[in-house]
Design a protein around this ligand. Structure first.
Ligand code: ADP
Ligand code: MG
Length: 345
């Protein structure tokens, strides 16, 4: 049996602004019902790309297909898609219900049906029904975000786009909304295409993550693949604190240059080692002496800042006897080479 066509197919999608190429020849299939997240630094082209996908802008070259139909020239309001912005863009002078019903009203849905669907959507985004008549100005930040979601869902889109919707929201609420968004995705079964500059946020919610750099995708993979097997130092840099060790071949055999340790299997120019892969004690793998220069309690884990020769390293250890080391002590630290992600640049 033939597979259903992808929700979205991007073919050589390119957007130029004068001499600036914001989106550079991207080809990709996004599966029906997938939670697909694009992560990249400011200016990498995320918003330019999602604007093309949402029909808010047209590509300089390339095509876009929705379930196999070419929609490259179809404007946003005639696509079965909706966008949730960071700025929330709610109508402040209107009620929660009027905001949610906006798209339905534009489509001519009768009032009773609009109201029934708006109340369903309120439940879907976990807001009480008595919010329906409330002015949006009386909603908190998190409630406004939920109203914005319900409003985007009001047109019953096949695909929802999110351009950094949580980046202006404080940490605790953001964590709650991440889980709610993931659950909303599961409950609705719709395709979600999400933009953020935070890999941590992306990992919580996504089926697949694309790391974007100057208009291109540097790596596409599951959260686990991106986290365990970054394919470049650029991708690894999104993992927060990570150890990147250069491999030198100057002495004939490869070695971890800064640590002056042999590296018999060194298929790349750099070894990316997550802090939790570096632990006190010498095992089977490479090990070295390091001075503890800082000790930070992170709750379930303890983070050690280390110095070995001229090299600064970070190790994270589960709370317990192995985290007994103190600042000023020197101890042996080691790692399993299987935990290394090798990268060439
Ligand atoms: N309308 C525009 N006119 C000119 N340059 C633009 C326009 N929109 C975006 N750019 C440029 O394209 C690049 C990518 O921008 P953007 O897509 O907003 O990145 P991001 O969302 O990842 O921060 C930037 O260099 C930006 O200055
Ligand atoms: Mg942007």
């Amino acid at each position: 049996m033939a597979l259903p066509p992808p929700a979205l197919t991007l073919t050589g999608l390119t957007k130029r602004f004068g001499s600036k190429t914001a989106v550079d020849d991207i080809s990709l299939d996004i599966r029906d019902g997938e939670f697909f997240t694009i992560v990249g630094p400011s200016g990498s082209g995320k918003s330019s790309l999602v604007r093309l996908l949402a029909g808010l802008d047209t590509p300089t070259t390339g095509r876009l297909h929705l379930r196999g139909t070419d929609i490259t020239e179809v404007p946003a309001n005639r696509r079965p898609t909706a966008m949730v912005f960071q700025s929330l863009a709610l109508f402040d002078h209107r009620s929660v219900g009027q905001n949610i019903e906006f798209a339905m009203k534009m489509k001519g849905v009768p009032q009773a049906e609009r109201r029934a669907r708006a109340l369903d959507l309120l439940r879907l985004v976990r807001l009480p029904e008595d919010y329906y008549p409330r002015p949006v100005t009386q909603c908190s930040g998190g409630e406004r975000q939920r109203v914005a979601l319900a409003r985007a869902l009001g047109s019953d889109p096949e695909i929802l786009f999110f351009d950094e919707p949580l980046s202006a929201i404080d940490y605790r609420l953001r964590k709650t909304l991440e889980v709610e968004l993931k659950e909303l995705h599961q409950r609705t079964g719709k395709t979600f295409i999400y933009i953020t500059h935070s890999l941590e946020e992306a990992m919580v919610m996504s089926d697949r993550i694309a790391i974007m750099r100057t208009g291109r995708f540097e790596q596409i993979g599951t959260p686990d693949e991106i986290y365990r097997r970054p394919n470049s130092r650029f991708v690894a840099s999104f993992m927060g604190e990570v150890n990147i060790l250069e491999i030198s071949r100057t002495k004939g055999t490869p070695h971890f240059a800064d640590l002056d340790l042999p590296a018999p299997q060194a298929p790349g120019a750099f070894a990316v080692l997550r802090p939790e892969a570096l632990s006190p004690g010498a095992g089977e793998g490479p090990s070295f002496d390091a001075l503890v220069t800082q000790k930070l309690m992170l709750g379930s884990r303890t983070q050690f800042h280390l110095r070995a020769g001229n090299t600064a390293l970070i190790a994270e250890v589960a709370a317990g006897p192995r985290s007994a080391l103190e600042v000023g002590q020197t101890a042996r630290f080691g790692f399993d080479p299987a935990d290394i992600a090798w990268v060439d640049s």
